[in-house]
Design a protein around this ligand. Structure first.
Ligand code: SAM
Length: 246
């Protein structure tokens, strides 16, 4: 864990306090039978060298098995996407860590997530100190994720809606994370970003996508950095794929 400047030390201490608070409120974490598997997975992600340590510390303290169908809990710490309800998936841990790392979250940042799914990614954003707004289009997932947020006592704002339109009531956001595959960069959402804010979004064909890191510049301009390839379920909505295209 690097503590290379005053700001890093402050952020490090804040994250430690949040994690201690979470573990005290959720004692099952301290005796969980998956603790060793979780540690091995996080160590292997840390060795990749391109992921934010604070993000990995949070992932080391969040039980992924709780977010998936119990039939798959023995596979919770494989570095793979896994099925959740309604034919959707919880993203691969590397992908979650990669996308979250790109947002460089500071305490109190307002972050919009499109694609709540299981709620795992939203909980990580929350544990990093973000104010989280998350949108899901499938009622079953919206409801089940709300139950998990409540169980953890996390004050996460969630909404059942087409997330391709964002969530205007609470804009502007410091960051937007889209956890489903967009057919093109959802340019409309950039208007809901602060200047200097980042949007992380996988864009491309149904088979695979390229991760775009969009940074909003002055005067509605934006920088678009294309990084690695990933595979997501489709973003379905007004500014995404049409339902019958799947
Ligand atoms: N972030 C999730 C998690 O931590 O489990 C994983 C998300 S899963 C890969 C993608 C999710 O995006 C699915 O739950 C899907 O229903 C949702 N989705 C697809 N299109 C959407 C849209 N237009 N608005 C909101 N959610 C959408």
């Amino acid at each position: 864990m690097a503590c290379i400047s005053g700001w890093h030390c402050f952020r490090f201490l804040q994250n430690i306090l949040r994690i201690i608070d979470f573990r005290m409120n959720f004692p099952e974490m301290n005796k969980g039978k998956f603790n060793e598997q979780r540690r091995i997975l996080i160590d292997s992600l840390r060795k990749r060298g391109n992921l934010d340590n604070d993000v990995l510390d949070v992932m080391a303290n969040l039980p992924r098995e709780i977010f998936i169908n119990p039939a798959f809990s023995h596979r919770a710490y494989e570095d793979n996407a896994l099925p959740i309800s309604a034919n959707q998936t919880i993203s691969q841990p590397y992908t979650v860590a990669y996308m979250t790392s790109q947002l460089n979250i500071r305490n109190g940042d307002k972050i919009l997530e499109i694609g709540t799914g299981s709620g795992y990614q939203a909980c990580i954003l929350y544990m990093l100190g973000a104010r989280v707004f998350t949108v899901e289009r499938i009622p079953e997932l919206h409801e089940s994720s709300k139950l998990i947020f409540k169980k953890f006592g996390f004050n996460i704002n969630s909404r059942l809606a087409d997330g391709t339109l964002g969530w205007r009531d609470f804009a502007l956001y410091n960051g937007i994370i889209i956890t489903a595959a967009a057919p093109k960069v959802p340019v409309q959402l950039i208007s809901q970003l602060e200047t200097g804010g980042k949007m992380v979004v996988p864009v491309g064909a149904k088979e695979y996508q390229v991760m775009h890191i969009i940074t909003k510049l002055e005067d509605e301009k934006y920088d678009d950095e294309k990084t690695d390839s990933f595979k997501f379920v489709p973003l379905i909505g007004k500014d995404g794929w049409k339902k019958d295209e799947n």
